[in-house]
Design a binder for this molecule. Structure first.
Ligand code: NDP
Length: 321
């Protein structure tokens, strides 16, 4: 089968299209014929060596497709099932072996590309808005990169929960997308001081929570945007890693700082099915809207990663084997 592998860490040029043996599922594993794979920053971090793994590795942490075969002791799925998953590596390929406990069946009306695009960022938006800081009607939140993959979904889920939502974006075109997703205000953080703008919009109070995927360039002002006892959920670093923080930096507002990750919010099969089930159900009913930036052929994985890093994309990028 064809797969995209990394043999040594580096830039996009380190992605190689290779021919490898189709893997065989072991106990509690299924072999999935991949119809679409999500492209995520986590893939870039593994490629660049920011996240460590024994090389060579097949990249990709999210996919959708059909169960081809199952190993022993698999109860969750059967051959022929249409499934989707996140958080198992190897989806930049024609086939992937996936722990069966991570597989979720796709509703009949949801296509493979939609399902592949929804799993990682969709479950992330779900845990951030429903668990990390569980929004309720009347809460106010700030969502950075509000036209991005995770950001666009957080905006929509925050609105579903009745929150007032401010979204930051870098361009007018992205502002239009954030507003279409339901944001009450789009703040051009490349042109205006978003901290001052949030203070103005909240009459000086600050927001209840900031969902920050940008990291290095936004972190400090994100802290300053919060109301006393507000929460900063720093869940990503598209602009670079935030330098070490002194606990005293949180004293100004008795602030709660957390650095959450999806793996810790799908600790049980029940929790995974709750989050993925909600996301797929909302897509099926049209309650949640997915924006797919582009679907690239598998061989163009390097171009897809370059595009994601370029800051020019909106919504989700996919690879099609
Ligand atoms: P996005 O689709 O949001 O793409 C990144 C966006 O970040 C850009 O489009 C851009 O939006 C903004 N950005 C701001 N500064 C920069 C910069 N210097 N370089 C590039 N982009 C910049 O990506 P994702 O939603 O896929 O992921 C965002 C982050 O969230 C990543 O760090 C990812 O690893 C993390 N993440 C974490 C998860 C978790 O569970 N902890 C799960 C999912 C993602 P704009 O032009 O509007 O500024």
């Amino acid at each position: 089968m064809k797969a995209i592998q990394v043999k040594e860490p580096g830039g996009p040029e380190k992605l190689e299209l290779v021919e490898v043996q189709t893997p065989t599922p072991g106990p509690k594993q299924a072999l999935v014929r991949i119809a679409a794979s999500g492209v995520n920053y986590i893939d870039i971090y593994f490629r660049a060596g920011v996240y460590k793994a024994d090389l060579p590795i097949t990249l990709g942490s999210e996919g959708a497709g059909t169960v081809e075969s199952v190993g022993p002791d698999v109860t969750e799925v059967a051959p022929g099932d249409r499934v989707a998953y996140a958080m198992a590596r190897g989806s930049y390929a024609e086939y992937a072996v996936v722990p069966s406990a991570l597989l979720v069946k796709i509703p009949a009306h949801v296509d493979f590309q939609t399902a592949a695009a929804a799993m990682l960022q969709g479950m992330t938006a779900h845990y951030l808005t429903h668990s990390t800081f569980a929004l309720k009607a009347g809460d106010t939140c700030l969502v950075h990169a509000a036209a991005g993959g995770a950001g666009g979904l957080i905006v929509q889920m925050a609105k579903m929960l009745g929150a007032r939502v401010f979204g930051t974006v870098s361009t007018e075109a992205k502002a239009a997308i954030a507003l279409e997703s339901g944001a009450d205000e789009a703040i051009l953080y490349t042109h205006v001081d978003f901290e001052a703008e949030v203070k103005r919009l909240t009459g000086g109070r600050g927001v209840d929570v900031v969902y920050d995927s940008v990291g290095k360039t936004t972190f400090e002002k994100s802290l300053n945007c919060l109301r006393p006892r507000g929460t900063l959920a720093l869940f990503g670093q598209s602009s670079g890693v935030v330098p070490p923080v002194e606990p005293a930096a949180l004293a100004k507002g008795s602030t709660f700082l957390t650095r959450p990750g999806l793996a810790h919010y799908v600790l049980t099969r029940e929790e995974l099915l709750w989050r993925a089930g909600d996301v797929l159900k909302w897509l099926d009913s049209g309650t949640l809207r997915l924006l797919i930036h582009r679907a690239y052929p598998l061989a163009e994985a390097a171009i897809a990663q370059q595009d994601l890093e370029s800051r020019r994309t909106t919504g989700k990028l996919l690879l099609l084997p």
